[in-house]
Design a protein around this ligand. Structure first.
Ligand SMILES: Cc1cc2nc3c(=O)[nH]c(=O)nc-3n(C[C@H](O)[C@H](O)[C@H](O)COP(=O)(O)OP(=O)(O)OC[C@H]3O[C@@H](n4cnc5c(N)ncnc54)[C@H](O)[C@@H]3O)c2cc1C
Length: 369
């Protein structure tokens, strides 16, 4: 091992999607020496495939809606202030899919504090707001710029004498796991993330579309005769377990058919396909913060695991190790906001909401085991 000859980093971030790159940016901006690892390159997972629309969640109520509302406002401002060239502002039309959606959007419109734009009357209920699209891969690259980047698969993580040793070669005082829907490195069974496969196509078309449209799929506004169509809804396909290769042709046809239910797209030529997994948690809320060491915690006889109000402070945690993950279809909306919360936790020990910390899954899981 060449550990002794390797320089010491303040923080090692594993995974260079939008989550890993956002926390890298926050911590580097605070003066920390950050090393960022990704086995396939920056934005090579779900983040590279994303349409990267920045929008709130159009639902009636709930924790996820509230979190996404805050994240939407924070992230629009963050991207515009720090990376204005990589953000394209445009009005978004969110159109209901069916009658149930009509009702949800009606309630949303009554309750929201966001400014609503006038829309032409559509067959279905429609909400229009000022929103934006991020240029996904260049944004991840820009966020990661001030860190040392290593294109390397992290295979081992070991804590020794107050430091994390990565692949027996790199040392860091802190580790942040941002590995998306790919296998978690620690093998803690209470962390269950669901990978949902998505496909986006960039097409050339003679149709001019002035706004983003979200209905059955997401459609971007036109730029130089091109637009993007994307969706993440294939819960059955996983590249690490699938026995057959994903059928790109079939995926394209499905995207175009669904897009055509919202607008007429003429003279289509598909220029590029992007595919990837997005990772979501089982309660749909993102996961940020420290990780419970399940074995050590379960051995602590003084903890009552059956209480309805668990005290997460009683649990044992991996030292100087956190995660940022589980953003579902909203990674680009959530990442700057979550990275801010996580960096405040890492740098100043500021508490993270129990709605967001991974310990909530441990407290549910431990009752079953
Ligand atoms: C088609 C599509 C459209 C989408 N549209 C939108 C949208 O419009 N708006 C929006 O906000 N979100 C959208 N999303 C969701 C968004 O892309 C995800 O929420 C986001 O990419 C999650 O980012 P992440 O950093 O958590 O994961 P990822 O981007 O998947 O990054 C994880 C990275 O970790 C690396 N990694 C894993 N294990 C290791 C290891 N052991 N060693 C080294 N590297 C490792 C992987 O190579 C990968 O690059 C879309 C997703 C898809 C697929």
């Amino acid at each position: 091992m060449h550990r002794a000859s390797c320089s010491l980093y303040d923080i090692a971030v594993i995974g260079a999607g939008i989550n890993g790159c956002s926390i890298t940016h926050e911590l580097s901006s605070a003066g920390k020496r950050v090393i960022l690892f990704d086995e396939n390159g920056i934005a090579s997972g779900g983040s590279g495939a994303a349409g990267a629309f920045i929008s709130p969640k159009f639902s009636k109520s709930g924790e996820l809606k509230d979190t996404l509302h805050d994240a939407f406002l924070y992230s629009m401002n963050f991207y515009e202030k720090n990376f204005p060239k990589l953000l394209r502002k445009s009005p978004l039309l969110h159109i209901a899919k069916d009658e149930l959606d009509d009702e949800i959007l009606c309630v949303y419109k009554e309750k929201t504090s966001l400014e609503l734009l006038d829309t032409e009357r559509q067959e279905r209920e429609t909400v229009s707001i000022n929103a934006a699209i991020v240029n996904a891969k260049p944004m991840c690259e820009a966020l990661a710029k001030s860190a040392k980047f290593m294109k390397l698969k992290v295979e081992s993580l070991e804590y020794d004498d107050g430091l994390w040793i990565i692949n027996e070669a790199y040392t860091a005082k802190e580790v942040v796991l941002a590995t998306g829907a790919y296998k978690t490195l620690l093998g803690e069974s209470y962390i269950k993330l669901r990978g949902v496969w998505g496909h986006r196509i960039d097409i050339k078309t003679s149709t001019q579309n002035p706004h983003s449209i979200h209905q059955f799929v997401s459609i971007s506004p036109s730029l130089n005769g091109e637009l993007a169509i994307g969706a993440t809804h294939n819960v059955h396909y996983h590249p690490q377990t699938a026995t057959e290769i994903y059928d790109v042709k079939e995926g394209r046809a499905e995207l175009l058919e669904k897009a055509s239910r919202s607008i007429n797209i003429a003279e289509v030529e598909v220029i590029k396909d992007y595919t990837g997994l997005r990772s979501g948690s089982f309660d749909y809320m993102p996961l940020i913060g420290p990780l419970v060491m399940s074995e050590e915690t379960m051995q602590d006889k003084s903890i009552n695991f059956y209480t309805k109000k668990p005290d997460f402070k009683e649990y044992s945690y991996y030292p100087n190790l956190t995660m940022i993950n589980g953003s579902g279809g909203y990674g680009f909306v959530l990442a700057p906001y979550l990275a801010k919360l996580l960096s405040e936790y890492i740098l100043s020990d500021k508490e993270i909401s129990p709605r967001l910390i991974p310990a909530r899954f441990f407290s549910r899981w431990v009752k079953k085991v």
